[in-house]
Design a protein around this ligand. Structure first.
Ligand code: ADP
Ligand code: MG
Length: 257
C-alpha cells in the first residue's frame, strides 16, 4: 500500500521580485496532507494563500523547497490536480454540458463514457434542465456549479480551490459548501480549499492551517461531527476556535471577550 501523503510541501519559499526588492510571499512552509483530507487554508489577505495554492498547482515555481503530489515532484500543472477559482472559468462559447465534459474530451475519454460522467455530474450538482444553456444564461451560483462539476468530472486526485465561493451571496455560498461536502464524501478526493471566511472554514474543514505573513502559523485539526449544523455555533470548542481564527485575521476585539 502506498502510504506517502497525497501532498508534501517541504521548506517552501516563493519569492517575487518587485523592481529592486524581493518579497517572500511564502516562506519556509512545511505541510503534509493525507489522501482524502479536507484541508482549509485561511489567513489575512496578502498573507500568501494563493501563492501556496498556485505553487501546489504548478503555476508558480518554488524559490526554495520542494512540492510532491501523489509521489511525484510538482513542476507544472497536471491532471492529478484540478482547480476551482473565484473568477468564472466556464468557456462562454460552450454549453453547460460541454463545459463540464471539456477536460474529459481533452483527455481523450471516449464519447459514451464522457456523456455518462457528464450526466452524472449534471444531476449531482443540480443542473438538470440546464445542460444546453450557455454560461451567460445562468446565475453566478449556477455557473459555480458548472465549475465544481467540471472539476470533479475530470477526476483529479486532488482539488485545489481558491476562494471559489467568495463572490457569492450568503445563501448561494452555503448551498455550494453543502454541495462540495456531498461531492467530497462521495468521491473522497483530497481537497485544499482557500478561504478568508472563518465560518466557511469551520463548516468544511477536517483540518485548518493558517497562513499569515507568508508563514504557516497554525495547524489545527477540526473534529466536529458531520453534518455540521447550526448547533455548531453554540459549541464552546467551536466558539473558541472561531475566536482564535478571527484573531488570526486581525479581528481581535470584535469578539465578546
Ligand atoms: P493571499 O492569497 O493570501 O491574499 P497572495 O498569495 O495573493 O496572498 O499574496 C501574497 C504576497 O505576494 C502579497 O504581498 C502579494 O502582493 C505578493 N504577490 C503575489 N503574487 C505576486 C506576483 N505575481 N508578483 C509579485 N508579487 C506577488
Ligand atoms: Mg488569494
Amino acid at each position: 500500500m502506498n502510504t506517502a501523503p497525497a501532498l508534501e510541501v517541504t521548506n517552501l519559499t516563493v519569492s517575487f521580485s518587485h523592481e529592486k526588492t524581493v518579497v517572500d510571499a511564502i516562506e519556509g512552509v512545511n505541510l503534509a496532507v493525507d489522501a482524502g483530507q479536507f484541508l482549509v487554508v485561511i489567513g489575512p489577505s496578502g498573507g500568501g494563500k494563493s501563492t501556496l495554492l498556485n505553487a501546489i498547482a504548478g503555476l508558480v515555481s518554488p524559490s526554495q523547497g520542494t512540492i510532491t503530489a501523489h509521489g511525484k515532484p510538482v513542476t507544472r500543472p497536471g491532471r492529478d490536480r484540478g482547480m476551482v477559482f473565484q473568477r468564472d472559468t466556464a468557456f462562454p462559447w460552450m454549453r453547460v454540458s460541454d463545459n463540464i465534459g471539456y477536460s474529459l474530451r481533452a483527455g481523450g475519454v471516449p464519447r459514451k463514457e464522457r456523456e455518462s460522467i457528464v450526466a452524472h455530474y449534471v444531476e449531482s450538482v443540480g443542473l438538470t434542465g440546464a445542460e444546453r444553456s450557455w454560461p451567460k444564461q445562468l446565475s453566478g451560483g449556477m455557473r459555480k456549479r458548472v465549475a465544481v462539476a467540471a472539476a470533479f468530472a475530470s477526476d483529479p486526485e486532488m482539488l485545489l480551490m481558491d476562494e471559489p465561493f467568495g463572490s457569492l451571496d450568503f445563501v448561494t455560498k452555503m448551498r455550494l459548501q453543502e454541495l462540495s461536502l456531498k461531492l467530497w464524501s462521495e468521491t473522497r478526493k483530497t481537497i485544499v480549499f482557500v478561504t478568508h471566511d472563518v465560518d466557511e472554514a469551520l463548516t468544511l474543514a477536517d483540518r485548518i492551517v493558517v497562513i499569515a505573513g507568508g508563514r504557516l502559523v497554525d495547524d489545527l485539526s477540526v473534529d466536529f461531527r458531520r453534518p455540521r449544523t447550526d448547533d455548531l455555533r453554540a459549541d464552546p470548542t467551536a466558539i473558541a476556535l472561531r475566536r482564535h481564527l478571527l484573531g488570526r485575521l486581525g479581528l481581535v476585539g470584535m469578539s465578546a471577550e
